[in-house]
Ligand binder design. Sequence first.
Ligand code: HEC
Length: 290
Amino acid sequence: MTEIPEHLLKRSKAAKAGQSGGDAGGGDTPTASTGPTSAPVAAEKSAPVVAEPTANLPNLDPPPKPPKPVPAYVTAAMARKRVPVWVLPVLAALPLWAWSFAGTMQQPEVEDELLIEAAELYGSCSGCHGANGGGGVGYALTDGELLATFPSAVDQMVHVARGSADIDSQPYGSPDREGGQRVSGARGRGAMPAQLSSLNQLELELVVYHERAILAEEDTTSPGYEEWVEHMREEIELGVDEPIDLDFLLACADPTMTPGATGEGSEDPEEEPCPGPRAEEDVAEEAASS
Ligand code: HEC
């Protein structure tokens, strides 16, 4: 509001002469004697007030405003199409994309606590057997080596738990191994350290699982194997922490492969089955009898 038409100024003066110190809307005019200090605030508030014809107040109601010229950038924006047609299906598909993308962020492998724990436990073995089981001070576990020594996991559990010094110079592992049975201490590069006091039973199973399933790439698809994995998962969840019972493991192990093993099996196979994947025939037998 820059210019005030002459006729309005006259009307304002006339009105002011007729009354003393009206203020509402008075600040609207720069010529008003009420002072310019309140002008900006008053100007904002004055519009609705002066819109109603009030007899006593100075009527500074401006003449109908000419429509503001629309800036060029606004007309340009209004002329422009908001969203190109081809974008519409893309926009429509966005939620679907977001949903499927979120799905790929959760690879089960990444979150598998069993695999993570097993790999972490193997960390204490990797210095001697290699990060990927390629061997070092200790034997290589890959390329069929480990599986040739220990066809069954429970015999390997005994060996890892007990270490090699305890059975020094004794044969162990599968008699069918190419080049003959292993002999403890024959590698001549020190002993396999016993793990009885550093691992609990669940940890022993996990590290043996890592060596067999991950490093030695054993076939894990049998029902008996899946049962074992499921069992370890449950124990991880429950936080089971039981010490290794070497006598129990020796009862479960095979005397032809493990010095000191009895092969008697568990006294209570229902309540306390031998650890490791259950043999195919046992699984089949149970399935047949139930
Ligand atoms: C200090 C080095 C060292 C560490 C640590 C070590 N090992 Fe060994 N491991 C050996 C040696 C040496 C042998 C062979 C000993 C011998 O001459 O009989 C061996 C043998 C073995 C064997 C027998 C392999 C075969 O084919 O005969 C297995 C299984 C094994 N280790 C598993 C493990 C596991 C599981 C761990 C971790 C919990 C581990 N080792 C930690 C040095 C080590």
